[in-house]
Design a protein around this ligand. Structure first.
Ligand SMILES: Cc1cc2nc3c(=O)[nH]c(=O)nc-3n(C[C@H](O)[C@H](O)[C@H](O)COP(=O)(O)OP(=O)(O)OC[C@H]3O[C@@H](n4cnc5c(N)ncnc54)[C@H](O)[C@@H]3O)c2cc1C
Length: 398
C-alpha cells in the first residue's frame, strides 16, 4: 500500500498498519522544500498509554477557560489528559519505528498524480512521483491513501478560519502553573466578526507556548498577531519581562464542506484532506488516530474500507454551530464559556471526539442558546453551498 504525505495522518496510518502487521507500506514524502510544512504543535486528549507517548513533550491534567467577564473555570477531565506533541519528535519516532519494520519504507519523492487503475483483474491505484534527482517513478498498489493538502476546499455553506500565532516564551520569573493549560482565554479584545481568545500551554514554571487565536473569515498579518500577542502577554497575563524563543503560525479551515474520503475504488483521502479536521474546533490529531485504527481494522477483517473520520450527527451539529457563529446569532465567548461551565468535562471532551450518545448530546444541546441554534438548524437546509476563494491553509514559521 502507498501513503502519500508523511505528516500527521500519513505517518499515523503507516505506523498503525506496520505495528499491527496489516500491510507493507511505502510513505511518499517530499524532500525538504516548499511542500514540507514547518514544525508545528499538535494537542489532543486521551487516556494515556498512547502509541506516541515517547514523543509527547508535555501534558496537563487540568484545563481552564477564562470568560470575557474575567471569571474562570478550571476542569479536570480525568481519566482524559491534554497532551502536546511537536511534529519533529513525532516524525523522528515514527520514522525510527518504520526503519525497524521490514514491511515499511519512506520514499523521498513528490507525488505528482494519483489515480485509480486496474491491477490485472483487481482494482488498484498508481502514484506518479518525481524523485529529488529529477527522475520519475510510478508506484502501484492495491490501495493508496492520499494526505496531500487540497488546493481548494469543496463548496460550503460556512467557511470560517481558525487562524493563530503563538510565541514560545521564557519569562524572567516563574509565571506559569505547569499543571494547568488555558484552553480558551476570552479576556482579549473581540473582533467585529467571529471571536478571539488566548491559549497558554505551560512547559515549565518560566516557559510556555502563548497563542492568540481567532475564528473569523480572514487571517491577520504577522504584525497584527504580534500586537495582539504582546497585549495578551503583558496586559492580560502580566508576564513581566520575557523573551520570545520561537514562533508558530497557522490557519485551519472550519467549514461544513463535504470532504469525500473515497476517490474511486482504490484511492482514499486521509487527514485534513479527507475531512479529519473537526469543523467546530479545528482539532484533527485525535480523529486521525481513530481513522488510522478504523482503516487498519477494515483491511485486516476485509470489511468495507470507508472510514469517514467524523459521524453525521457530529458534522450536522458543527454545521449549525459554525453558521450560528458566522451569522453572529450567538456570542462565541459566552457560548464556549457556558459549555465548559455547565457540562461535565470528560463528557464534553468525549462530545468533541464524537463519542457521546444521542442522549448525552441532547443534554449538552439544552445547555446552549436553544432559540438561536434551532433557528439556524431550520435555516441550514435552504442555504446553497458556495465555492470559496482558494486559501493557502497550513503553517508558516515565525
Ligand atoms: C500550526 C498548526 C497547529 C495545529 N495544531 C493542532 C492541534 O493542536 N491539535 C490538532 O488536533 N490539530 C492541530 N492542527 C490541525 C491538524 O492536526 C494539522 O494540520 C495536521 O498536520 C493535519 O495532518 P495531515 O496529515 O492532514 O496534514 P500534514 O500534517 O500537513 O501532512 C501533509 C503531508 O503531505 C506532504 N505533501 C504535500 N504535498 C505532497 C506531494 N506532492 N507529494 C507527497 N507528499 C506531499 C507534506 O510534506 C506533509 O508532510 C494544527 C494545524 C496547524 C497548521
Amino acid at each position: 500500500m502507498v501513503i502519500v504525505g508523511g505528516g500527521a495522518a500519513g505517518l499515523s496510518l503507516a505506523h498503525r498498519l506496520t505495528r499491527t502487521g496489516t500491510a507493507t507500506v511505502t510513505v511518499v514524502e517530499p524532500p525538504a522544500g516548499r511542500l514540507r510544512p514547518p514544525e508545528r504543535t499538535w494537542c489532543y486528549w486521551d487516556r494515556g498509554d498512547g502509541d506516541f507517548d515517547e514523543a509527547v513533550g508535555a501534558s496537563w491534567s487540568r484545563l481552564r477557560i477564562h470568560g470575557a467577564d474575567g471569571r474562570d473555570v478550571t476542569v479536570d477531565p480525568a481519566p482524559l489528559r491534554y497532551r502536546m506533541l511537536r511534529s519533529t519528535p513525532f516524525e523522528r519516532l515514527v520514522h525510527s519505528r518504520l526503519e525497524r519494520s521490514p514491511g515499511a519504507r519512506v520514499l523521498r519523492a513528490t507525488a505528482e498524480a494519483v489515480r485509480n487503475v486496474a491491477l490485472g483483474a483487481e482494482a488498484g491505484a498508481e502514484v506518479r512521483c518525481s524523485a529529488p534527482d529529477g527522475g520519475e517513478l510510478t508506484l502501484r498498489a492495491r490501495h493508496v491513501f492520499d494526505s496531500r493538502p487540497l488546493r481548494t476546499l469543496p463548496p460550503a455553506r460556512t467557511l470560517l478560519l481558525q487562524h493563530f500565532r503563538g510565541w514560545f516564551v521564557r519569562t524572567d520569573t516563574n509565571r506559569f502553573d505547569p499543571a494547568v493549560a488555558d484552553l480558551m482565554d476570552f479576556r482579549v479584545p473581540q473582533p467585529r466578526h467571529g471571536l478571539a481568545f488566548g491559549y497558554v500551554l505551560p512547559l515549565a514554571p518560566d516557559q510556555a507556548l502563548v497563542e492568540y487565536t481567532e475564528f473569523s473569515r480572514t487571517p491577520l498579518t504577522t504584525v497584527a498577531y504580534d500586537v495582539a500577542l504582546d497585549h495578551y502577554s503583558r496586559n492580560v497575563l502580566g508576564l513581566g519581562a520575557f523573551t520570545v524563543e520561537a514562533a508558530e503560525q497557522g490557519v485551519i479551515p472550519m467549514t461544513d464542506a463535504r470532504f469525500p474520503c473515497r476517490i474511486g475504488p482504490a484511492v482514499f483521502r486521509i487527514g485534513t484532506a479527507g475531512g479529519a479536521t473537526r469543523p467546530a474546533t479545528g482539532y484533527t490529531f485525535a480523529a486521525v488516530q481513530r481513522q488510522s485504527r478504523a482503516i487498519a481494522d477494515a483491511l485486516r477483517t476485509g470489511s468495507g474500507l470507508v472510514c469517514p473520520p467524523h459521524g453525521r450527527r457530529a458534522l450536522a451539529m458543527d454545521a449549525v454551530l459554525l453558521r450560528a457563529l458566522d451569522s453572529g446569532r450567538i456570542d462565541g465567548p459566552d457560548f464556549f464559556t457556558a459549555l465548559f461551565r455547565r457540562t461535565p468535562p470528560e463528557r464534553l471532551l468525549r462530545f468533541l471526539d464524537g463519542a457521546t450518545s444521542p442522549w448525552e448530546e441532547w443534554g449538552i444541546g439544552l445547555r446552549t442558546p436553544v432559540g438561536p441554534m434551532l433557528r439556524t438548524a431550520v435555516e441550514l437546509p435552504f442555504l446553497r453551498r458556495r465555492s470559496h476563494p482558494a486559501f493557502p491553509f497550513g503553517v508558516s514559521r515565525g
